[in-house]
Design a protein around this ligand. Structure first.
Ligand SMILES: C[S@@+](CC[C@H](N)C(=O)[O-])C[C@H]1O[C@@H](n2cnc3c(N)ncnc32)[C@H](O)[C@@H]1O
Length: 306
């Protein structure tokens, strides 16, 4: 088991760019922010430091991340509030019931999972470790990656590996999995990684990463219904912006980015919002060299005008 001291820190991505957008907000000294994906609280810490009069309400669907960000932001206790919720559930009714602010000048979503999920959570997010196949962000949900591997039929496994993993070998992997699981059930991430290695011929392995990376992505998205929540959350969150308020969203793969791009486009078309990013903002070479995890990040933003 990892000692917590050795868990690599999660470095917030595109921080400077986020601050540039939020810097556009007229600073009346008391800006109100919503961070829908608290994680380790890195982006929120940056906002709290950059805007000394501001307050931030942080949400995360993972209660462990709420505890971790709370600890990190202890010194800002007067200016932060935390809520263990899925960002797709946030609307004025929930905010009112929870006695939280109901409108915001800046809203941030930094999608996906945190470094801690991969390296310290022991929930089976990484093919680099041998852990139980769980992958749940929200511990109250019943669906785990193990359940999917054990119970989904060939058709559904094929669908998720193809749609959520964009895996060329989706059909073969699904068929072989169902064929072999009675005799040789897969129980851990290590076993799953080895199984995928055995199905994809070596000459088709991706050059720089593990051949199971797409299958792991697909399982994580299915377990957490990640795309469904993004789809549901964006317009609700945009509706909580004050006039001139800005919504920034960072995505990490094309499936997420497509939803963000289309939803922002629809909001602008519907009136009352302007697009601040004709093209997504991406990290520069310097950021990528300092934080490899930022490589695929894309930031899109809209501003409320009415
Ligand atoms: C990339 S991390 C955020 C890191 C954070 N910005 C920081 O600087 O430390 C993404 C976080 O979003 C959370 N998350 C993912 N989907 C969510 C959802 N639908 N609702 C709420 N939290 C979610 C994950 O549990 C994870 O902690």
């Amino acid at each position: 088991m990892d000692n917590i001291d050795f868990i690599p820190v999660h470095i917030p991505v595109l921080s400077r760019e986020i601050l540039t957008f939020f810097g556009e907000l007229s600073d009346a000294g008391n800006l109100q922010f919503l961070d829908g994906t608290a994680g380790e609280g890195g982006h929120s810490e940056m906002i709290l430091n950059a805007f000394p009069g501001s307050k931030v309400v942080l949400f995360d669907r993972d209660d462990e991340m709420i505890e971790r960000s709370k600890k990190r932001l202890e010194k800002f206790s007067e200016r932060v509030l935390f809520e263990n919720r899925n960002f797709s559930e946030i609307d004025s009714g929930l905010l009112r019931e929870s006695r939280l602010p109901e409108t915001f000048d800046g809203i941030l979503l930094d999608l996906g999972i945190s470094t801690y999920h991969l390296t310290g959570s022991e929930r089976g997010f990484s093919f680099k470790r041998d852990e139980v196949l769980d992958m749940r962000l929200d511990s109250s949900s019943n669906l785990t990656a193990l359940e999917i591997i054990k119970r989904y039929n060939t058709e559904n496994l094929h669908r998720i590996f193809r749609e959520y993993g964009e895996e060329n070998w989706a059909k073969k992997i699904a068929e072989r999995l169902v064929d072999s699981r009675k005799k040789n059930p897969i129980r851990t991430t290590g076993e799953l990684a080895k199984f995928v290695e055995s199905v994809i011929p070596r000459k088709f392995w991706p050059p720089k990463t593990h051949p199971a990376i797409r299958v792991f992505q697909a399982l994580r998205i299915e377990v957490n219904q990640e795309l469904v929540h993004i789809e549901k959350g964006i317009s609700k969150l945009a509706g909580l912006l004050n006039e001139n308020g800005i919504l920034c969203i960072i995505s990490f793969h094309s499936l997420e980015d497509r939803i963000v791009k289309n939803q922002m486009k629809d909001l602008v078309k519907g009136g009352g919002f302007v697009l601040l990013t004709k093209k997504p903002v991406i990290p520069g070479d310097e950021e990528i060299s300092q934080n490899g995890a930022s490589r695929s990040a894309k930031l899109r933003a809209i501003q409320r005008k009415e």
